[in-house]
Design a protein around this ligand. Structure first.
Ligand code: AMP
Ligand code: GLY
Length: 424
C-alpha cells in the first residue's frame, strides 16, 4: 500500500520510521518530510502542509491508499475532510474534531458539559471584562488564547495581576492574531504533568503507553515554554489503576461528548494531564501525536503502526491490540541556540551518523535540511535523540552518550531529561 504522511518534524520522522517497518507499506511519501525521513527510505514531496488542494491532487494522481496527517494546522484547516471527500482513507480527525485543540473555549465548554476533572475556567471575548475578572481572583491563573498559537498561547501567572499584560497583548495587540479573539482564563493548577495518547475510532479507544514531556527550556523546568525539550516513557506516576481511572473518567466521556456533538472523532487524541493533589486533571486536548512524545513512544512500539492506524480509520480499533517494549525510552531534544526565541538556521551538523549507528539509539530529525550533501539546522528543535535501555537510567545514559557525538555551533540541550523518573 502507498502511504502519504503529512508533516516534516520529529514526530513525523518517528511515524515515518515506524510506518516503513510495516510489511503492508510498499512506499511512503512525506509532504514535505525531512532529510531523516529521506535517509530511512521515504520519498519527500515538496508541498507545504498548508497546501491542501496540492496535497489532495498529489494523493489522487499518485494513487495513494492512505494519508496520515501529523500536525494540527492542516487538521484544523480541514485536510482530513478534503482527503476523505476524494475517497482516500485518512488517519486524523475532521476539522470539527480538530476543534478540540484549535478552539480551547469549545474544548473547555465540552469538558464542563460532561464534568471532566479539569481546571475551573471562564471564557472572555472582551478585554475589560477579562481584566476585571483576573483582578478579582486570589489565586494564580493560566491565560490561554483560544485558537492555535504554535504552542505559545498559554501564559501561567502565579499572581493574578500578572495576567493583565498578556491579556492586553493577546486581546488588544493581537500578538496571536485571530487566535486571541477569545481567551480562556483558568485557575492555576500545580503538580507533575503527563501525556496520554489514545487511538480513537469514534467509539473505541486504545490508550497507548503514557509519557512525560519537558516543556520549559531550562534545566529544573525553568525559563520559557517550548514545544518540548525531551520526553520519556513509561511514567512512574501513572500505574495501571491510574490509567484505568483516566480512561473511565476522562477519555470515555470526552469521546462520547464529541460523538454527540459532531459525530466520530477519529485519529489520535492527546490528553495533557496534571497530577494535582485532588487527582489527575485535564490541561488540554490535542488532535495529534505529541512532539517529542511521539519519538520515545514509537521506539517502544513493537507491533505494526500502519495496521493500528488503518484499523482506526476503518472503525475497527476493537480488533487490534498494540504491543510495547517493556524497556523505557528517553528522547533528548537538541535545539538551536536562542530557541524558543530567535535563532540562526543553516549551520552544519556533524556526528549524526555515528550517533544513529549506536545500539538502541535512533536520531530523529525535527528541524534539519540538506544542503550540498550536508545536514544543516533548519528549525528551533533540530534533532530528537532517542534511546531504549533496560532501565530509565540506562536509556538516559545511552541517549546522552549519543547526544555528545553530535555537534554544531550554538547547539543546546537539557541535561536532566527523565531525571524525574529516576529520582521518583
Ligand atoms: P498547553 O499549551 O495547553 O499545553 O499549556 C502549556 C503549559 O502551560 C502546560 O504544559 C502547563 O505546564 C501549563 N499550563 C496550562 N494550563 C495550566 C493550568 N491551568 N495551571 C497551570 N499550568 C498550566
Ligand atoms: N509536546 C507537546 C505537544 O506536542 O503539544
Amino acid at each position: 500500500m502507498k502511504v502519504l504522511l503529512i508533516g516534516g518534524g520529529g514526530r513525523e520522522h518517528a511515524l515515518a520510521w515506524k510506518l516503513m517497518q510495516s510489511p503492508m507499506c510498499d512506499k511512503l511519501y512525506a509532504a514535505p518530510g525531512n532529510p531523516g525521513i529521506a535517509a530511512d527510505g521515504g520519498e519527500c514531496i515538496d508541498l507545504p502542509v498548508e497546501d491542501i488542494p496540492g496535497i489532495v491532487n498529489f494523493a489522487k494522481e499518485s494513487a495513494i491508499d492512505f494519508v496520515v496527517i501529523g500536525p494540527e494546522a492542516p487538521l484544523a484547516a480541514g485536510m482530513g475532510d478534503a482527503v476523505r471527500e476524494v475517497g482516500i482513507k485518512c488517519f486524523g480527525p475532521t476539522a470539527k474534531g480538530a476543534r478540540i485543540e484549535s478552539d480551547k473555549a469549545y474544548a473547555k465548554t465540552l469538558m464542563q458539559h460532561v464534568s471532566l476533572p479539569t481546571a475551573e475556567a471562564r471564557i472572555f471575548t472582551d478585554f475589560d471584562a477579562a481584566k476585571t475578572y483576573v483582578l478579582s481572583r486570589d489565586h494564580g491563573v493560566a491565560v490561554k488564547a483560544s485558537g492555535l498559537a504554535a504552542g505559545k498561547g498559554v501564559i501561567v501567572c502565579p499572581e493574578p495581576y500578572q495576567a493583565v499584560k498578556p491579556l492586553e497583548e493577546i486581546m488588544r495587540d493581537k500578538i496571536f492574531g485571530e487566535a486571541g479573539n477569545t481567551v480562556v482564563i483558568e485557575e492555576m493548577l500545580t503538580g507533575q504533568e503527563a501525556t496520554v495518547l489514545a487511538m480513537v475510532d469514534g467509539r473505541n479507544i486504545y490508550a497507548m503507553e503514557a509519557l512525560q514531556d519537558h516543556k520549559p527550556i531550562g534545566e529544573g523546568d525553568t525559563g520559557a515554554n517550548t514545544g518540548g525539550m525531551g520526553a520519556y516513557s513509561p511514567v512512574p506516576i501513572i500505574d495501571d489503576e491510574t490509567m484505568t481511572r483516566i480512561e473511565k473518567e476522562i477519555l470515555v466521556p470526552i469521546v462520547d461528548a464529541m460523538r454527540r456533538d459532531f459525530g466520530r472523532y477519529e485519529g489520535v487524541l492527546y490528553t495533557g494531564l496534571m497530577f494535582t493533589p485532588a487527582g489527575p486533571k485535564v490541561i488540554e486536548f490535542n488532535c495529534r501525536f505529541g512532539d517529542p512524545e511521539c519519538q520515545p513512544l514509537m521506539m517502544r512500539l513493537k507491533s505494526d503502526l500502519l495496521e493500528a492506524m488503518l484499523a482506526t480509520a476503518e472503525h475497527r480499533l476493537d480488533e487490534i491490540t498494540m504491543e510495547w517494549d517493556p524497556r523505557p525510552a528517553v528522547c533528548v531534544v537538541m535545539s538551536s541556540g536562542g530557541y524558543p526565541g530567535p535563532y540562526e538556521k543553516g549551520i552544519e551538523i556533524t556526528g549524526i551518523e555515528e550517533a544513529d549507528a549506536m545500539e538502541d539509539v535512533k536520531v530523529f530529525h525535527a528541524g534539519t535540511a540538506s544542503k550540498g550533501g550536508k545536514i544543516v539546522t533548519n528549525g528551533g528543535r533540530v534533532l530528537g535523540v532517542t534511546a531504549v535501555g533496560d532501565t530509565v537510567a540506562e536509556a538516559q545514559e545511552k541517549a546522552y552518550g549519543a547526544v555528545t557525538k553530535i555537534n554544531w555551533d550554538g547547539v543546546y540541550w537539557r541535561n536532566d531529561i527523565a531525571d524525574k523518573a529516576i529520582k521518583a
